[in-house]
Design a protein around this ligand. Sequence first.
Ligand code: NAG
Ligand code: NAG
Ligand code: NAG
Ligand code: NAG
Ligand code: NAG
Length: 505
Amino acid sequence: MILALSVIMLLFEAGVSSSSSGLENQIFQYIDLHQNEFIQTLKEWVAVESDSIQPERRQNVTQMVELTADRLRAMGATVELVKLCSHKPDVQSLLLPPLILAELGKDPQKPTVCFYGHVDVQPAKKEDGWKTDPYNLTEIDGNLYGRGATDNKGPVLAWINAVESFRALKLDTPVNHKFIIEGMEEAGSLGLEEIIKENQRFFSDVDYIVISDNLWLSNRKPALTYGTRGNICFSVEVQCGERDLHSGSFGGIIHEPMTDLIALLDSLVDTSGRILIPGVYDDVASLTEEEKKLYEAIEFDLEEYKNNTGVKKFLYDTKEEILSHLWRYPSLSIHGIEGAFHEPGIKTAIPAKVIGKFSIRQVPHMDISIVKRQVIKYLEDVFSKRNSPNKLKVSVPISAMPWVADINDPLYTAARTAIKTVFGQDPEMIRDGATIPIAQMLQNITRKSVMMLPIGAADDGEHSQKEKISRYNYIQGTKLFATLFLEIAKLHGQLQEASNTTTAN
Ligand SMILES: *[C@@H]1O[C@H](CO)[C@@H](O)[C@H](O)[C@H]1NC(C)=O
Ligand SMILES: *[C@@H]1O[C@H](CO)[C@@H](O)[C@H](O)[C@H]1NC(C)=O
Ligand SMILES: *[C@@H]1O[C@H](CO)[C@@H](O)[C@H](O)[C@H]1NC(C)=O
Ligand SMILES: *[C@@H]1O[C@H](CO)[C@@H](O)[C@H](O)[C@H]1NC(C)=O
Ligand SMILES: *[C@@H]1O[C@H](CO)[C@@H](O)[C@H](O)[C@H]1NC(C)=O
């Protein structure tokens, strides 16, 4: 039965990739024929409970990193395990898993592609509501359910399978490979930035960086991601004294901190979602015609998206407005009030100190320090008009930069061609409204071109109790990566030729 399935997939593939070359077909056949082995390896990887959030599972994360290192070594890669514990020393630092820096191939004639991925996972327990054992990869109707299947063990293995396929077929690898694979991503990529900064030499001969750690926008259409929003988190503290007071004894005679804070928070956004802080939109990149066309081409079921949220009406009515406001315009969200009474029932206290929490998802080319200044000045102005004797303190506990790449970069051209070859359709060019610091971090420190190339579908349920990757996406994803190597090599040859011509002139 398994064999029959492979044959069907093979026939199906032969139809889709009629434009691919003999070399590609040879590789695709190999990948199709070995798909059950690739799934078996994914099963072995998923079985390791590499949950990086619970400290008692750290040993298992280390075990997972070592398993990955073994796999890379088996392909002939040189692997360096970099210790994380010298950075950010804390109680658990000794338990931190190492980070993998690996390389395979050093031909100066070939381009070098560096892949980033992670092999740690979010926590998962059967009791959380999983229908299957989260650490026993289970195939149901063509979907492979298990923790880490799509985030991010599946994509990491797909990349490794793709490299391995060239080796198994005794084909010359079209590119040199580098790998940066961590085990602390779900816990905030502890120590990663320092290691990248300290290992600039590792990146010096890298031409392109590829991350495959997000999802398509749809279930069927492949996508390429070229941007993410950043985030600036604000704390607004209003304090009247040291102790909470009784509203029977003090209500009506004091300036209450909560009333001040609510007024401050209420001054931030208007009913149309527009941020009211003066100057905050000044540096937002303007929408170009080219970009507008990208939005128009995207298939996006607004109604389904609305149904999934359970919200009756959005602030905008068209697909283009919704996507651009999620991806390329800033937004401000109010998240909570520390010190406020939030339990059921009634409590008639006046809190002495309350801290409002809100954040601004910022976009190119907003500058964190300028936005911070604008917000502080605005809140101080609003507060001063209230003639309140209370103390106001505004701070930014955490912030991360947005990221946007040039979609005309050769790396993106190569990926578009590879997607078209494998999936028979053009990718949707998408951004992510959330903050994924790794892309910006790698681009900023290494100055190389960075691309996010997802292989998982929109309904893969990262972090949820039904996380999966489909057999189709896992196997086609493997082919996609193999094709990407060939396309990059082709383009690189053309680029080199072009630059040789330029030099000659
Ligand atoms: C997790 O690590 C512990 C300690 O090394 C080991 O005994 C256990 O088998 C591991 N569990 C999994 C699922 O890998
Ligand atoms: C995983 O699930 C399969 C199918 O239900 C079962 O046969 C197998 O024993 C399970 N493996 C483990 C390690 O629990
Ligand atoms: C959204 O929900 C409405 C009401 O339940 C339903 O009629 C409609 O078919 C749903 N649309 C989609 C695309 O899911
Ligand atoms: C790179 O990062 C630094 C420090 O976070 C920041 O100040 C700088 O603006 C960034 N540069 C770019 C081009 O993103
Ligand atoms: C371009 O020039 C470099 C250095 O002179 C050379 O090694 C390379 O083979 C040339 N590439 C092509 C495609 O002509």
